[in-house]
Every structure is written in C-alpha cells, then in structure tokens.
Design a protein around this ligand. Sequence first.
Ligand code: TRP
Length: 336
Amino acid sequence: MKTSLTGIKPTNLPHLGNYLGAIRPALALAERYRTFYFIADYHALTSVRDPEALAGHVRDVAATWLAAGLDPSETLLYRQSDVIEVFELSWILSCLLATGQLERGHAYKDALAKGEAPNVGLFNYPVLMAADILLYDTDVVPVGKDQLQHLELTRDVAQRFNHVFGDDFPILVVPEALISEAPLVPGTDGEKMSKSRGNSIPLFAPAKKLRKVVMGIKTDSKGLDEPKDPEGSAVVALLEQLSPERAVVVSEKLRAGGYGWGHAKQELYEAIEQELGPLRERYEELRADEAKLDAILHDGAERARSIARRTIGRVRSAVGIDPLPRDRATLKLRTR
Ligand code: TRP
C-alpha cells in the first residue's frame, strides 16, 4: 500500500474551507493509502509568537481531524515536534540545497517584496518540509497548488541525495504531489476562503453564530421576485460541496424567481448543520479532554518515530555519519 502524508500548520482554528478543501478529501484517502497526518507546529513557529495560541491550535487541529473521522489506529496522527529525527534529516538535506533554490521560494520572496525582514525559519521552511516528507518514505503528498513549489524542491533534493550518496539507488523515496480535485471553497465575500482574508465560515461555531455568518454571505441585490443567476454565487458553490442535490433544487428556484437569497442561505445553513452538527459535538468532547488528545498524539509519534529512525539510519550511513564503532568509543573513555 502506498503512503500518503500531509502536514497541517496549526496557525488558526480550522474553518469550513479547511474542512471541505483539505480535511474531507485527505480523510477519504485513508481508504486507499497508508496515511500519515501530522501537525506542523515547528512550521507554525516561523510566524506564531504566542505560546498559548500555538499549543491551543495544535489541539484544535487534532480534535478537528479526529472529530471529522480520522481513525488514529489507521492513520498516524502526530506532532511534527515529537519526531526529532526530522531535524537531523533537515540539516543533511540543507547541505545538498543551493541557497539560490531557497531564495526563489515563493513565501520568502513575497515576504521580501512586502518589505518584511523574513526570519531564517521562513527561509528554511521548504527544507524542513522536505524532511517531513522524506522521513517516512512518502509516495504521495495531498496538497494545495500553493505547495507545489515545495514539492518540487522535495523531489529535487531526494533525487540529488540518491544520485550523490546512493549511485542513484533509491535511498530516499521520491514523492509525488497529489493535487486536490476539490473545487475552490469561496468565503463570505466570494473569494477563496482564508483566515487572512477574514472571509471564513467557522467550522464548529455554535449554530446561532454559524447562521449569522451564513446570512452575511455577499450576494447580488436582486429583489425577491426577480430571477437570479446561481452561477458564480458563493452560496450555491458552497451548497454544491455539501449537498449537490439541494444545490440543484436551489439553483432552479433561484432561476425561476420568487425565491430570495435569504431562502438559499437558509438551505445552506441547514446543509452545513446537517453535515457538521454531529461533528461539532464530537469536537467539543475531544477538545475538552486534553490529556486524551495528547495521549493520541504521543502514540502516533511513537509509531512515526520507529519509521523515522529507520530512514535516518539509512541516511546517516549513506552520508558517512555513523555511530562510532563500539570498541573505539570504549577505548576513548578508558584513556581519558
Ligand atoms: N507547508 C504546508 C502548508 O502550509 C504544511 C506542511 C508542512 C506540509 N510540512 C508538510 C504539507 C509536509 C505537506 C507535507 O500547508
């Protein structure tokens, strides 16, 4: 069975866009792949400066994925920071990458273009990500298009490693990106839903709050009687992803006229409630028991580490960093 692995950066409370665009499709992969899903807390540290927020978001993310149906006995769910081997691999990979390759990184270049002074963590971000992936002999990485450049770099450095240290024998598995076919999830303003745009629909907000946000989705200002175009409407696009049958009915009614945006939004609200209501209850329960959440993450990390150790062993001996032979080590101690 092939391995699918992806990382989730714990920088915000997951929203509906994360659920429809990433969580739901990634969970569907668990049927066909051996799955590794980890919380990239050290990646978050490139921007988060609030320790409580970081620790909180790690658990928010874990509880969200578990509530959405992740089965921790099937899928390895762990915190990136619990598998310290990733740093060892990260260093080794960084010694094979040209600085120019990182200077071309989108995130780094964007930060420079905005006049920011990016930290070294942001600069090295793609190297740690490559290590995240290569440490587990990953075959496929489900990611959004924005991560393609990172995947290219990962493939590149894996190939270079195999070429330089393995005479092209595959010591590291060269992974493929699995670009999600999930359609774009629009936010309340019709643009791609994202935390930074402030257009997101919360995933597990109380029903009342959720309804309020849904009712605030931007639409055209046509009156109740007028026929309306469902194409390009965020309300209909969201409904399509939650309940295609309802979306067909609502689109027909909108086209016919005598049916307002408020009615369509009510349908959307109900569809969200129907899919996410039961998940919200599970989420609340999971999130309240931090000891249990941490135990699940630690168990995942233990299992992940045993795989990581094997890879790092292979890598160390390939590059010539091996443990000292036992006799030499003891000799040294005796002569001191
Ligand atoms: N960079 C990814 C993001 O921002 C998160 C991530 C970190 C990741 N390590 C990864 C994704 C490894 C896939 C594989 O979304």
